[in-house]
Design a protein around this ligand. Structure first.
Ligand SMILES: NC(=O)c1ccc[n+]([C@@H]2O[C@H](COP(=O)([O-])OP(=O)(O)OC[C@H]3O[C@@H](n4cnc5c(N)ncnc54)[C@H](O)[C@@H]3O)[C@@H](O)[C@H]2O)c1
Length: 351
């Protein structure tokens, strides 16, 4: 299955399925015809996995970054760029990012800045990477002051979502990745009753197709279409940040998104945008994937509000993507009182 990200200037395909990585060798040569070298950026743990069997038709080097989020920083970018220079990588060559979202974000950013930009393709190996991070050209690394604060738009030439790679994910990472799939299921208005008969490949394909469509409509996040993918994320980012300061391992991003979907559905209901059956359906979708329904801690609402008001899409007021009778939209200036009341219900109902 191949899904096209139909951008005007640089359209590309996302390949989804078991074993699709075998087409990488031939495709890279046609996508980047002048490349004389390929450099795979990955991590030592991923390199040791049984599916790491890439045989490109070009001389290929592998360079290693630290695992996951710990590699997403400017120090790693500098080291990787030094390694690219030492290998003699030219602006016609190609980087292959192999890993979860953190690694493809890093590889994408290195590709965006090395020699002012060289070609990159991604092999996304986590659910979150396949359905979200590797598609759409947003690349970034973290600063001490926050995640993804230094970045660039740099579209890949192609993305491979090989389901074989998901076999080696831990159960927790796999379920957490389903937080974004649950979000896409709800955004697409899909029925709860279809969940049980949908395969992993169909879930990934559905979410990839949605992301591809939205990115093609709003490549640089200027029209607001792409912001709709942030459903659940205002609340998710707040509780993620508050959790991080207590225990960095207590809440994965996708788990926070699941909580955000439940919270924001309740908020939409309180604002009269959806009825109670839609809230119940949201809960069922989240529960189907085995995603959590409880916050790790009952944070003070004043702390939650303070973080939400700092959210990057909020511009200092409370902004949410919410469902409504006419579909999803970005709702600004939500009253703090409504958020406080929703939070009280959310905490009370779930604990
Ligand atoms: N660029 C974007 O548009 C975008 C969108 C969403 C998320 N992101 C970024 O993506 C990251 C989150 O993605 P993630 O959840 O994939 O995180 P991640 O890359 O940190 O992967 C999570 C963990 O799973 C491991 N892993 C990955 N693939 C594996 C496999 N096949 N087998 C065994 N272990 C594997 C990783 O090593 C890591 O320990 C964050 O940095 C986030 O900012 C970017």
């Amino acid at each position: 299955m191949s899904i096209r990200v139909d951008l005007q200037d640089n359209p590309y395909e996302v390949h989804v399925g078991r074993g699709v990585r075998s087409s990488l060798a031939e495709r890279v040569s046609s996508l980047v015809p002048r490349a004389k070298l390929a450099v795979i950026i990955t991590t030592p743990m991923l390199r040791a996995q049984p599916w790491f069997d890439f045989a490109l038709a070009l001389p290929t080097h592998v360079i290693e970054a630290p695992e996951g989020e710990s590699g997403k920083n400017l120090a790693t970018v500098e080291r990787l760029c030094d390694e690219l220079t030492a290998l003699g990588v030219s602006r016609h060559d190609v980087i292959v990012g192999v890993g979860g979202g953190a690694t493809t974000d890093l590889a994408g950013f290195v590709a965006a800045v090395y020699l002012r930009g060289i070609a990159v393709v991604h092999v996304a190996t986590s659910v979150a990477g396949q359905v979200d991070a590797a598609i759409g050209g947003k690349t970034a690394v973290d600063l001490v002051g926050g995640k993804n604060l230094v970045g660039a738009f740099h579209q890949p030439r192609g993305v491979w979502c090989d389901l074989d790679t998901l076999d080696t994910l831990s159960t927790r990472e796999r379920i957490a990745g389903m937080g974004e799939v649950a979000k896409c299921w709800l955004l697409e208005g899909r029925s709860v009753s279809d969940l049980a008969t949908t395969t992993l490949e169909e879930f990934v394909t559905m979410a990839v197709a949605l992301k591809a469509r939205v990115v093609a409509e709003d490549e640089f996040e200027t029209s607001g279409r792409r912001a709709l993918l942030n459903y659940g994320h205002t609340f998710a980012h707040a509780v993620e940040l508050l959790t991080l300061s207590r225990d960095p391992d207590a809440l994965r991003h996708g788990e926070a998104v699941a909580l955000g979907l439940r919270f924001e559905a309740r908020l939409a209901h309180r604002l009269g945008r959806i009825d109670a059956t839609e809230v119940a359906a949201t809960d069922e979708v989240v529960a189907f994937f085995g995603l959590p329904s409880r916050l790790p801690w009952a944070f003070e609402i004043t702390d939650v509000l303070a973080v939400m008001a700092r959210d990057k899409k909020a511009h200092h007021n409370l902004t949410f993507v919410l469902p409504g009778v006419q579909g999803f939209s970005t709702v600004a200036d939500v009253s703090a009182d409504e958020v406080v009341a929703t939070y009280a219900e959310f905490i009370g109902g779930l604990e």
